[in-house]
Ligand binder design. Structure first.
Ligand code: SF4
Ligand code: SF4
Length: 293
């Protein structure tokens, strides 16, 4: 079983379209949508939810009026200014626990917070684990770890060949939670200056966590010179270029129709995605499956 994480330096590069097509081509896989702040793989793969769980994380203070002696100490101690008139502002509370610890009347509860939901679903391509953070909720890195852990458990149980992870964009905590311990990442890049900059940052991250990286250039034909530069940058940083995907209106048509590109089309982009998948599968052991120490 190999765990491949598909990531990008920013959103909108075609990462989810590539993941959905890989899922169609893989034959035996478990999917994990780790873009928990803006999940959209479900829009293409139309999962049937089998299991739904609440994601609990962090705490928030709540004063019990009946036990409070109105000494005002909690208001003074809260460095986040979240307590006014002996009432805790649930949004302002950072869950540090100081008021709970020092309340002389032990009048402050500190319950765990529901920050989102996670799901195990059935899709035409196999089981999928996905999640949704509540608006404004934090700790998406922890939710990403939970989604990956559940996907791994299902993959082991069903002896599937691949875990395909649709990772979050960027280089923040959720991305780190997505790639640590994975067998390899595929970075979907764009042939633009910002794409080049984003690629450099994300490859530095992969290198730091000792995860081998592959790179494909999406919409390469809008700037062939930059596509070339992106591939050269990838090579110079130890990543393996695994193909180029041309601009093709069929990508948007597939999204509108709620299916993967390779199911929808046999056009140039679909053909290129198939070639990228073949290249990923054919990547040597040190690139897929033998990266971490
Ligand atoms: S520290 Fe405790 S007793 Fe004092 S005002 Fe706050 S909640 Fe009430
Ligand atoms: S838990 Fe921390 S942030 Fe929240 S109200 Fe108490 S002192 Fe303020």
């Amino acid at each position: 079983m190999k765990e491949l994480v598909i990531i990008s330096g920013k959103g909108g590069t075609g990462k989810t379209s590539v993941t959905a097509s890989f899922a169609s081509l893989a034959g035996s896989c478990v999917l994990a949508d780790c873009d928990v702040d803006a999940a959209d793989l479900h829009l293409i793969l139309r999962p049937q939810v089998l299991q739904q769980e609440t994601f609990m994380s962090g705490h928030a203070a709540a004063i019990r009026e009946a036990d409070c002696t109105q000494c005002g100490l909690c208001e003074t101690l809260c460095r986040f200014d979240a307590i006014h008139n002996l009432t805790v502002d649930a949004v302002g509370c950072e869950g540090c626990g100081v008021c709970v610890e020092f309340c002389p009347a032990s009048a402050i509860d500190f319950p765990e917070q529901a920050c989102g939901e996670w799901f195990v679903s059935e899709t035409a391509c196999g089981k999928m684990v996905h999640a949704r953070m509540h608006p404004g909720a934090e700790n998406s890195g922890k939710l990403v770890s939970l989604v990956r852990q559940e996907a791994r458990r299902i993959a082991e149980q069903n002896q599937t060949d691949f875990i395909l992870v649709d990772g979050p964009p960027g280089i923040g905590c959720p991305v780190i939670a997505s790639i640590t311990g994975a067998d390899a990442v595929l970075v979907v890049s764009e042939p633009t200056l910002s794409g080049e900059h984003d690629l450099k940052r994300v490859l530095q991250l992969a290198r730091h966590f000792k995860v081998q990286a592959m790179v494909c250039v999406n919409k390469w034909d809008i700037n062939p010179d930059m596509a070339q530069r992106i591939e050269e940058l990838a090579r110079s940083m130890g990543a393996v270029p695994v193909g180029r995907i041309p601009y093709d209106a069929a990508v948007t048509e597939a999204q509108v129709n709620g299916c993967s590109l390779v199911e929808h089309s046999r056009g140039p982009a679909a053909k290129a995605v198939r070639q990228v998948w073949d290249a990923v599968r054919a990547a040597p052991a040190e690139t897929v499956g033998g990266a971490h120490e």
